[in-house]
Design a protein around this ligand. Structure first.
Ligand SMILES: NC(=O)c1ccc[n+]([C@@H]2O[C@H](COP(=O)([O-])OP(=O)(O)OC[C@H]3O[C@@H](n4cnc5c(N)ncnc54)[C@H](O)[C@@H]3O)[C@@H](O)[C@H]2O)c1
Length: 324
């Protein structure tokens, strides 16, 4: 693996919402100096506290080798895109609206040098489509983080049609310094890997609920107590190997024709959009919440992530092989 020293790589982050602030923290604790740019002035009010809180959580999880002030001293937060001038890599984390991302890419490209890598954290917009907004598209790619970004090994690096693989390879190596187990998609796959897998699960789950075969609770229970008990240790293919692979083909033959193939959005989800359901954030969702429950779920999610991160690392056969 190439010897990459994060200290020497200046990183920029544009967009300081949920993901942007988490990405800032991940980069800081990985050794980068970070220039954080707020495209909206509201970000300037909320981002410092969010970043501070997340650094405190990192400290509590034992992820910091220095005091919090050390990391904060390596961070600037500003509305000025000019701060990005000397960055080697800039990560865009703004709202999922192509036109807004376009404006942001233009503002970034106006200040960085032509070799700086520019990445988007889009969840589902095709990288090749976003790449069209760039003057130098070969340095553009997708870096898809998961929340909370400093506590998940997940990362998808995706090339667009015009991405130079040298840049993608460099980001792939760099991602290991961020504590990630990245995947590198050389082709621009719509929804990347994780969303394609999960959307297939969502479609089937909604189908079972809507045709009255199961309740929301049933679907969630099955998913939690079956898949949930093995999926951070091994993926689906390793699982097949462990269970003895031969029966799967015959089961697929019988079950695939029974699975949902709908191409339209389920009525239940349309209903959620109509009532502006934002789940635990505004107490409107697929389940009923009061404020106390919503807070408990949000807190449990953070704590669970800490524990599962440690647990998965301690059982990872791949990591143990590497360190032998
Ligand atoms: N939330 C997740 O779990 C998650 C996971 C992976 C990827 N993503 C992707 O990350 C990106 C950011 O998502 P988020 O969850 O942080 O959203 P968010 O709503 O928390 O933050 C959005 C940010 O976008 C910027 N923004 C909003 N309106 C803007 C405007 N008019 N002009 C310029 N900038 C504007 C602001 O900085 C704002 O803080 C999206 O592309 C999303 O798809 C999100």
């Amino acid at each position: 693996m190439e010897n990459i020293i994060t200290e020497d790589i200046s990183a920029g982050v544009v967009g300081l919402g949920l993901m942007g602030t988490g990405v800032v923290v991940s980069l800081l604790i990985s050794g980068h100096k970070v220039k954080a740019v707020a495209p909206l002035c509201e970000d300037l009010e909320t981002a410092p506290e969010r970043i501070n809180n997340q650094l405190m959580k990192c400290a509590k999880s034992g992820l910091l080798s220095e005091p919090i002030d050390f990391y904060l001293s390596r961070l600037t937060i500003s509305e000025d895109f000019g701060e990005l001038e000397k960055c080697h890599i800039v990560l865009e984390c703004v709202i999922e609206i192509p036109e807004i991302k376009e404006t942001v890419f233009k503002a970034i490209e106006a200040v960085v040098n032509t070799e700086a890598v520019i990445a988007t954290n889009t969840s589902a917009l095709p990288i090749s489509d976003l790449q069209k907004y760039l003057l130098y598209p070969q340095r553009f790619l997708g870096i898809h983080w998961a929340e909370p970004s400093y506590l998940t090994p997940f990362m998808e690096i995706t090339c667009g049609e015009k991405t130079d693989l040298t840049h993608a390879g460099w980001v792939y190596e760099l991602a290991h310094q961020w504590g990630k187990e990245p995947t590198l998609l050389r082709k621009d796959l719509r929804g990347f890997i994780t969303n394609r897998l999960m959307y297939a699960v969502y479609r089937e789950g909604l189908h079972l609920v809507e045709n009255g075969s199961a309740t929301l609770e049933d679907v969630d229970k099955s998913f939690r107590y079956d898949a949930g008990s093995w999926m951070t240790l091994m993926g689906i293919f390793r699982r097949m190997d462990l269970l003895g692979i031969k029966d799967y083909a015959r089961i697929f033959e019988r079950v695939f024709p029974e699975l949902c193939n709908d191409e339209t959005v389920s009525p239940l989800m349309e209903q959620m959009v109509e009532i502006n359901a934002r789940g635990t954030q505004n107490l409107k969702g697929l389940y009923h919440y009061n404020e106390t429950d919503a807070k408990k779920w949000d807190e449990a999610f953070v704590l669970f992530n800490e524990e599962i991160y440690k647990l998965a690392s301690s059982y990872s056969v791949e990591r143990k092989n590497k360190s032998r």
